[in-house]
Design a protein around this ligand. Structure first.
Ligand code: SAM
Length: 474
């Protein structure tokens, strides 16, 4: 039997089933304990985070006033740490060849009717130009696991191609990578290729379910998958992104597992996760989400996001176009800091939008708006869309990024960077209406830069962007 140990290198010890079960019993037993809940909320107000046990009590609590307090705190933490900025990105699907058999994913090896595709370097070029022409600066590349069709060399070649393309004023300045768990050596190669965050969704932290949901293929190995972030960090990648595919297992179990994973990385590696993603299962070719028993309502989903926000205030939270405009609007307020826009989940979908007979997509997207529509909407509901990639390019990754955050310098750094990248978007890609709203917003928000020297510099840079210069950053 495994014993819980946050420092252990063993998956079953840092994500310990018995510890999760005890946590869930503890949370259930204390869900009406107002005194304890108040103490936990007070602790969360210190903005230093909560343990998986404490946060699980908040998630279990069903007292409306207390839930409201958690929501209010999540909103406040979001404001203090991330301001009203929302970072934009797009996924880029490189290949849907896959040797795994994940039962929720249309790429599974037994799916014989999905059209299998893999981008050539010329295809990558066309996709990236299409993405640059929309205004994207940050990508998350995605691929199935297939050592023959998508070996690490292929992924590295694609990353090189992506960074090399400069079309008009466009550029992809940060490539995040979402590929299957791999070796320390391969993580080192990804680091050398200049990736931003390495993202890998755990799918489920419940080992028994994990093994059933991944009945064959390399992904079947729970320990190898769960220990991937440790190997990534050993390979020099210090920004890692966690995630759970909600709907597979009980959400309270996943929530405790997710926080234990974050605690483990912080304790054993000195840096917690850079981001947490919160995908929910969607319909896809050969996949009917209703066969999974653990789907969660939009309300529970919002509660989960708020609890993650107060439990790990320093971790960015990502939401994709799997969610509708309405759900996105709700959870952006509760703590989400990064969203995708105008995503295509098919291989080659940006340059050649899906044809009738193309079923290569990974899942159906709910938010189908153009990037301009998303940017326009964000500004109308009070946010600053940001295309900033400065931290990564200035080497502010891992604990160096956290230092900036903890020193409260975000408003003198991320805020002007967001405005300058928004200005680039407006100059190069925006519709007339978006341009008008954006110009007003930038002028208004420049005044919210506290340091007068930074404010003056940012104002000057923004004028320079208007006269044709690009790529300023603090
Ligand atoms: N193949 C890589 C791996 O094994 O981790 C990652 C890339 S995969 C393209 C990205 C993620 O999409 C998966 O980790 C999974 O959580 C999610 N996904 C798979 N099927 C899905 C579905 N039907 N609905 C929503 N998300 C899904």
């Amino acid at each position: 039997m495994y014993k819980y140990d946050v420092m252990s290198a063993k998956a079953e010890e840092f994500i310990n089933h018995e510890e999760i079960m005890e946590t869930l019993s503890y949370a259930e037993a204390h869900k009406d304990d107002v005194k304890l809940i108040d103490e936990i909320i007070e602790k969360a107000k210190l903005r230093k985070g909560l343990s998986h046990r404490e946060a699980s009590v908040l998630l279990a609590c069903e007292i409306p006033e207390k839930i409201q307090e958690v929501y209010d705190l999540a909103r406040q933490i979001k404001k203090d740490f991330y301001g009203n900025r929302i970072v934009m990105f797009a996924p880029l699907y490189l290949s849907n060849y896959c040797v795994n058999s994940c039962v929720y994913c249309p790429y599974h090896i037994k799916n014989k009717h999905i059209s299998r595709k893999k981008l050539t370097q010329d295809d990558v070029r066309r996709e990236v130009i299409a993405l640059q022409d929309m205004g994207h600066k940050r990508l998350a590349i995605e691929a199935g696991e297939d050592p023959v069709n998508n070996p690490i060399e292929y992924i590295l070649e694609c990353i090189n191609t992506i960074y090399s393309i400069k079309h008009k004023n466009g550029a992809i300045r940060r490539v995040n990578v979402n590929i299957a768990a791999t070796t320390v050596e391969n993580y080192r190669k990804l680091k050398e290729a200049g990736i931003g965050t390495y993202i890998l969704f755990q799918e489920t932290y419940h080992k028994e379910s994990y093994e059933k949901l991944h009945p064959a293929g390399p992904k079947h190995n729970y320990a190898y998958h769960t220990e991937a972030m440790d190997r990534a960090m050993e390979g020099g990648i210090d920004d890692v992104g966690l995630g759970v595919l909600f709907g597979l297992e009980l959400y309270k179990y996943e929530f405790a597992g997710l926080l234990m994973h974050a605690e483990h990385l912080e304790a054993a590696k000195g840096v917690g996760p850079h981001t947490i993603s919160v995908p929910r299962i969607k319909r896809a070719d050969d996949i009917d989400p209703s066969v999974f028993d653990n789907g969660i309502s939009d309300d529970i989903f919002a509660k989960l996001c708020a609890c993650i926000r107060v439990a790990v205030p320093y971790t960015g939270m990502i939401i994709s176009t799997r969610e509708s405009k309405e759900v996105r609007e709700k959870v952006i307020g509760l703590g989400v800091s990064q969203i995708s826009g105008a995503s295509r989940t098919s291989v080659g979908g940006y340059d050649q939008p899906e044809e009738e007979d193309d079923n290569s997509a990974q899942f159906d997207v709910s938010d189908t708006r153009t990037l301009d529509e998303v940017i326009n909407w964000l500004m109308r509901i009070g946010y600053i869309p940001s295309f900033c990639t400065a931290c990564y390019r200035e080497g502010r990754t891992g604990d160096r990024f956290m230092t900036l955050l903890k020193a409260g310098q975000i408003q003198n750094c991320c805020h002007p960077n967001a405005l300058m990248t928004l200005k680039e978007y407006i100059e190069d890609y925006a519709s007339e209406d978006t341009k008008r709203i954006g110009e007003e917003l930038i002028q208004k928000e420049l005044l919210n830069i506290p340091n007068p020297v930074v404010r003056a510099k940012a104002t000057e840079y923004i004028e320079n962007i208007h006269t044709g210069q690009r790529d300023f950053r603090f």
